[in-house]
Design a protein around this ligand. Structure first.
Ligand SMILES: [Ca+2]
Length: 412
């Protein structure tokens, strides 16, 4: 090959690389991954949340939907019989009756090390409602919560047994963000998503370190709907959501991500901004739903949707699913090819995907893990992140059992 030919060929190869869709100099190809169970001998029931206490102890806590918070053994691989270490037990209140009810979210206060406070979101009945409470760890025993310390911050009546929301997370601003579903039923029959007088179908933002009068929290003064009197609840940060089951903050950029479950056709991933209206129940994904929006209402579309039925996915670019589970933007060390990518999964299909985006436009989107054909999928109920940014996958196996998995590079 002559020098000129060599240079021409090198130029062509370089040009070809540059036109691969989604290719950018900084982003690696998304990896193929496997799920590897951790704590193999520990029996847990319907795990919905996992987190590391921000107190330097390295302890991992896990919430079971029926109503317990456990402290997991330090040894994640050990096969010895692991006794259950119960940190908080709410099972006698029977929060879990319907499939989507139960103990659904937990958040440690950012200053847990000094104030021992944490927040729990669970459902109750008679009347049916969502409850957000503060608890404090026992002063004598760091492995036990003080059950009698409960301070109820919020109770929100819910007309039906489903769409409970429940994600409870602190933002980088120190405020508590909580997701609430539209109250259930189908199609949002009470139009809660678009109703700013209701907390259902919303993401709310609270200052739990202060109180306003008899209100057991303060509404941050820069919340978008504060000051409208009875026309809008000041707690609301974003609205028009159906059942934002899981959301997360990107620990590097501070962006808030929320996956919203669709009605019959489309699951969606959203980047949540202050005051945004995410469309439900006038929009499902990128599509009109129910009657048209009132004049002047502006909706924020998701950054990604995927269909329930293969026939909807005309380009066959994305496998169908039924129920999205939002994850995290990966900022850990173990899986370099995943850095900066947002993980999400389908609960029913067990598929795990990741996407990268720039300014809300998808640049990469691919399946990381597809359950092997002929096997029952692990139902991905939730993702979790430890203090170092490593990701965990919480799965239901059958009706009751649960498994915590880590993601590892696929051997194949
Ligand atoms: Ca939407």
């Amino acid at each position: 090959m002559t020098t000129a030919n060599f240079l021409r060929r090198a130029l062509l190869v370089w040009a070809a690389l540059c036109v691969v869709p989604g290719w950018s100099g900084a982003a690696e190809a998304l990896p193929k991954l496997d799920l590897r169970p951790l704590w193999p001998s520990l029996v847990v029931e319907r795990p919905v949340w996992l987190g590391e206490a921000p107190d330097g102890s390295g302890r991992m806590f896990l919430a079971e939907q029926p109503g317990t918070i456990l402290i997991l053994p330090k040894n994640r691989q050990g096969l010895e019989t692991n006794a259950r270490s119960v940190f908080l037990d709410l099972t006698f209140r029977q929060p879990y009756r319907d499939n989507e009810e139960g103990l659904l979210g937990v958040a440690f206060h950012p200053r847990y090390r000094t104030n021992g406070k944490f927040y729990v979101y669970y459902t109750q009945h008679d009347p049916r409602r969502n409850v957000l409470s503060e608890f404090v760890v026992s002063k004598k025993d760091p492995a036990r919560a003080d059950f009698y310390s409960e301070r109820i911050l919020l109770e929100v009546a819910r007309p039906y047994g489903n769409h409970c929301g429940g994600c409870t997370i602190f933002g980088p601003d120190g405020y508590l963000y909580v997701s609430l579903g539209d109250g259930g039923g189908a199609d949002d029959p009470h139009d809660n998503g678009q109703n700013l007088q209701s907390l259902l179908g919303k993401i709310i933002r609270l200052d739990v370190d202060a109180q306003t009068g008899r209100q057991p929290y303060r509404i941050p003064p820069d919340n978008p709907f504060l000051g409208r009197g009875v026309a809008a609840r000041g707690e609301i940060w974003a609205y028009g959501l159906r059942n934002p089951w899981r959301m997360s903050f990107d620990r590097r950029t501070g962006q808030l991500w929320a996956a919203d479950l669709g009605q019959n056709k489309w699951e969606e991933v959203n980047i949540i901004t202050k005051g945004g209206n995410y469309g439900w129940n006038r929009r499902e994904g990128f599509h009109p739903f129910k009657e048209p929006a009132p004049a002047g209402v502006k909706f924020t579309d998701p950054i990604l949707e995927y269909p329930h039925h293969p026939a909807l996915d005309k380009k066959n670019t994305h496998r169908p699913g039924l129920s999205i589970t939002g994850g995290h933007v990966y900022r850990g060390e173990k899986l370099p090819a995943l850095r900066g990518a947002y993980l999400y999964a389908d609960f029913a299909m067990g598929t795990i995907w990741a996407l990268r985006q720039e300014k809300g436009r998808i640049t990469q989107n691919a399946a990381l893990y597809v359950p092997p054909p002929g096997t029952a999928p692990r139902n991905v109920a939730s993702f979790a992140e430890d203090a170092r940014g490593e990701i965990y996958v919480l799965t239901f196996e059958g009706r009751t059992n649960g498994v915590v998995c880590e993601l590892v590079t696929a051997a194949r």
